[in-house]
Design a protein around this ligand. Structure first.
Ligand code: CTP
Ligand code: MG
Length: 415
C-alpha cells in the first residue's frame, strides 16, 4: 500500500470495570505475561507491514506507564510509535484528540483501535486496509451475534431477532479526512455521545463495510477478561490462526539456514538475540553486531530463497551503522508475511567459550519470540563451546548458526 496509513490507539480510559481499587493500574497497563496489554496491542499493529505509524492517546498521568510499555516493544516496532497524545474524559474526545494530532501529517487512512484489545490479528488489519483501498469510507470490524438476545421490557422479556445483528469490535477504519470532519461536526452537537466511531458514520449516513472480526479480538473489560487474555496469550501463536494462514494450510514447508560470526573488541556487553549480556568484551560490527539476530535473519531469507542480509542491508550503507539488528529480522519477517506465509520455528546454536549463555537462554528465547511474534515454545536457543579449538576456542569472537522453518502457501509459479 503506498498511501500513508496510521493506527490510532485509544488508551486514555480508567478501566473502572476492571479495577477493584483506585490504586489499581488502568487495565491497559496491566500485564499479560511479560508485557502490558497496551504493548501487546501496539506490537500487533506495528508488526503489520502496511501500518506506517501509530499514534497512542493516553491519560495525562500515564506518561511513565506508557514509556514502560514502549520499552517492551522491539525497537523497530517502537520506532513506528509517535506521541503520545493526551486524551479526554470520553472515548470520543480521546479519538478526536488523536485525529487532530494526525491531521496535516500526510496520513490518508486511519485505523482506530482500542488499546485494551490486544489480540487483533494481521488478517483483520489486512481486511480493513483492503476495504479502504477499494474505496470504503467506513470499515467496521465485527462478528455475527451467536447468542439469543433478550430485551427487558415493562411486561417482561422479549426475544430480539438475531439475524443481521453484529457485535462491533475495533479497528474501525476510515479515510482520515472523513472521520475527522465527522468528529468535528459531532462536537458541535453537544447532546450526542458516540461510544464508537462507526456510530458517527451511521449518523452521517455513510456506507459502511464490514470486515469480519474474531472472538479472539475481544476487549479487556472485566477481571475475567484479563484471566482469559493470559490463557489466550499462552496458547496462541502470535496471531489467531485464521483459515487463510493456519499452519495446516501452508503446505510449502521450507527450511533455511543462517550463519554469522563477529569478532570481539574492547567493551562491556555483547548483544545476543536483542538481549544485552554483560561481558568483558563486545562484538565488533557495522550494526550492533547481534550475531544471533543476523543468523536468524539469514535463515529466514534462506527459506525464502531471497538473498542474504548483506544484499538487503549493504554494510557500505551508513544508515545501518550502529543499527539495532531487530529491524533486519523484522524486514525478513515482513517478506514472509507478504508472501502469505509464517515462520513456524527458529533454532539457534551459539558457539563461544564466553560469555556463558545458559543463564540467559530463556531471556534470549523470550526476546527472539517477541520479535518474531512466536510463542516461546517455537524458539530454541542452544550454546556450545568449540573445545578451545579455532577462533571461537581462542575467544576471538562468537559464531552463530540458525535454522528457520517457514510455511508458505503453494504458488504455481514456483513449482
Ligand atoms: N478510552 C479513552 N479515553 C476515554 C475512555 C476510554 O481513550 N476517556 C479508551 C480505553 O482506554 C479503551 C477504549 O477506549 O482502550 C475502550 O473503552 P473502555 O473499554 O470503556 O475502557 P475504559 O473506559 O478504560 O474502561 P471502563 O469503561 O471500564 O472504565
Ligand atoms: Mg469506558
Amino acid at each position: 500500500m503506498t498511501d500513508r496509513v496510521a493506527a490510532l490507539v485509544v488508551a486514555a480510559g480508567q478501566g473502572t470495570r476492571l479495577s477493584s481499587s483506585p490504586d489499581d493500574l488502568p487495565k491497559q497497563y496491566r500485564h499479560i505475561g511479560s508485557a502490558s496489554v497496551l504493548s501487546h496491542t501496539l506490537n500487533a499493529l506495528a508488526r503489520h507491514p502496511d501500518i506506517d505509524e501509530i499514534a497512542a492517546v493516553i491519560g495525562e498521568d500515564d506518561h511513565e506507564l506508557f514509556q514502560a510499555s514502549l520499552q517492551e516493544l522491539p525497537s523497530s516496532h517502537r520506532d513506528k510509535c509517535q506521541g503520545p497524545i493526551i486524551g479526554g474524559d470520553t472515548r470520543q474526545q480521546s479519538v478526536r484528540s488523536g485525529l487532530e494530532a494526525l491531521n496535516g501529517l500526510g496520513v490518508k487512512y486511519v485505523l482506530i483501535h482500542d488499546g485494551a484489545r490486544p489480540f487483533v490479528s494481521q488478517d483483520i488489519i489486512s481486511g480493513n486496509l483492503d476495504l479502504l483501498q477499494s474505496g470504503s469510507k467506513a470499515v467496521l470490524t465485527a462478528i455475527p451475534v451467536v447468542d439469543t438476545i433478550k430485551r427487558a421490557t415493562d411486561n417482561g422479556l422479549e426475544t430480539v431477532d438475531r439475524s443481521g445483528l453484529w457485535a462491533a469490535q475495533t479497528p474501525q477504519s476510515f479515510p482520515l479526512n472523513d472521520i475527522l470532519q465527522w468528529h468535528r461536526l459531532a462536537d458541535g452537537e453537544d447532546t450526542r455521545t458516540f461510544t464508537d466511531d462507526i456510530g458517527l458514520a451511521e449518523w452521517q449516513g455513510a456506507d459502511i463495510s464490514i470486515c469480519e472480526g474474531s472472538p479472539d479480538n475481544f476487549k479487556i473489560t472485566t477481571p475475567v477478561d484479563l484471566q482469559k487474555a493470559e490463557r489466550q496469550a499462552e496458547q496462541m501463536t502470535s496471531e489467531p490462526l485464521s483459515q487463510s494462514n493456519s499452519l495446516a494450510d501452508l503446505g510449502d514447508i521450507r527450511v533455511g539456514q543462517g550463519y554469522d560470526v563477529h569478532a570481539f573488541e574492547d567493551g562491556e556487553a555483547v548483544i545476543l538475540g536483542g538481549v544485552s549480556i554483560p561481558h568483558t568484551q563486545k562484538l565488533k560490527g557495522h550494526s550492533d553486531a547481534d550475531v544471533v539476530l543476523h543468523a536468524i535473519t539469514d535463515a529466514i531469507l534462506g527459506g525464502l530463497a531471497d538473498g542474504d542480509i548483506g544484499s538487503h542491508f549493504p554494510p557500505s550503507d551508513p544508515q545501518w551503522k550502529g543499527a539495532a539488528s531487530d529491524q533486519f529480522l523484522v524486514h525478513a519477517l515482513n517478506l514472509v508475511r507478504k508472501r502469505g506465509g509464517r515462520v513456524a520455528h527458529v533454532d539457534v546454536t551459539v558457539v563461544c567459550e564466553a560469555p556463558k549463555i545458559g543463564h540467559h537462554r530463556d531471556a534470549l528465547r523470550q526476546s527472539v519470540a517477541q520479535i518474531c511474534g512466536l510463542p516461546i515454545g517455537r524458539v530454541s536457543v542452544k550454546a556450545t563451546t568449540s573445545e578451545r579449538l579455532g577462533f571461537t576456542g581462542r575467544k576471538e569472537g562468537i559464531a552463530c548458526l540458525a535454522t528457520a522453518t517457514l510455511r508458505l502457501p503453494f504458488n504455481d509459479t514456483d513449482e
